[in-house]
Write a protein that binds this ligand. Structure first.
Ligand SMILES: [Mg+2]
Length: 298
């Protein structure tokens, strides 16, 4: 396997974020066809996840948490949600990454989509090892989102990226096998039934959601990927649904980019992407790291 799918997933995620950022938090059904000039916190954090996995040759929670803090301090204007900055402060003051710090801000922890939006690199790094993929998705989620449904959303999104890397033909079957929470399993059943009704956007949003909760956006991104017959079509569709569009765009883009590869992404969208060369380089380094750790297996 060449690096195209790894690069495509990271670039795709950043482009989906930039496209969705054009109408983040707005409702109603409206298509956006040109990504905006900047990406948001989704991509800033996704980059930190990728950097950490590469530098540590695997997951190191303390290291990843430090990169989140660094990234936020350099660019606090990226549109971070209400929770993470408070958690970054706690980490800076010496608190540990695995203390479920979000539970001090929200009872039971957060089930927002903030850990699923950045998890694509985990799906790439462990694309061949579903157990490890689940474990690292949940651990990387825990830094900011420790509610079981937040962690499960991240794991499901990473699983979708890994299935796309492998161009898994029984995509939904494999996702269902992987899923451990009822709410996600039910949504996967629903989305399967909606696949030939995608033009009924009102129904899609009613049944799958378009909000900031992981269970109201991860299945929507998976649906958008499956409903599109190209990267471009999937992404325009995802963002047309409204709601948390930058994150739904980022998640759809990570899956679609992994499936179609970097050459499947429209050149004019790539040209205008902020920090394109750096993100492409990260995808390449991630591919090299994964391939060298698998030496002898192929
Ligand atoms: Mg954002």
């Amino acid at each position: 396997m060449g690096p195209s799918k790894f690069i495509g997933s990271l670039i795709g995620s950043a482009i989906g974020d930039s496209l969705g950022a054009q109408r983040e938090g707005t409702y109603g059904f409206r298509e956006v066809t040109e990504p905006g000039p900047v990406y948001t916190d989704d991509t800033a954090m996704m980059i930190a996840v990728a950097e950490s996995l590469i530098e540590c040759n695997g997951f190191d929670g303390a290291h990843m948490a430090r990169l989140f803090v660094r990234s936020f301090e350099r660019e606090p204007w990226r549109g971070y949600g209400a929770g993470p900055p408070g958690i970054f402060k706690m980490i800076k003051s010496g608190r540990k990454w695995d203390e479920n710090l979000d539970r001090e801000l929200y009872d039971g922890g957060s089930f927002g989509n903030g850990s699923a939006m950045r998890v694509a690199p985990v799906g790439l790094f462990y694309y061949n090892d579903p157990e490890k993929l689940r474990e690292v998705s949940c651990q990387s989620s825990r830094i900011t989102h420790s509610h079981p449904l937040g962690m499960e959303g991240a794991a499901l999104q990473a699983c979708a990226v890994s299935l796309a890397i492998r161009e898994e033909q029984n995509f939904l079957e494999k996702l269902k096998e992987f899923t451990r929470a009822d709410i996600y399993r039910k949504k996967i059943d629903v989305l399967e039934k909606l696949l030939d009704k995608k033009e009924d956007r009102e129904r899609v949003v009613r049944e799958l959601g378009n909000g900031i909760e992981a269970f109201n956006s991860v299945p929507t991104a998976i649906f958008s990927f499956l409903a599109g017959s190209s990267f471009k079509e999937a992404l325009i569709y995802a963002v047309s649904l409204g709601g948390d569009t930058d994150t739904i765009g980022a998640m759809t883009g990570a899956i679609a980019g992994a499936w179609w590869g970097v050459d499947g992404i429209p050149p004019e969208w790539k040209e205008n992407l902020e920090n394109r060369n750096y993100i492409e380089g990260l995808g390449m380094r991630m591919w090299e790291t994964v391939m060298s750790s698998q030496k002898g297996l192929f």
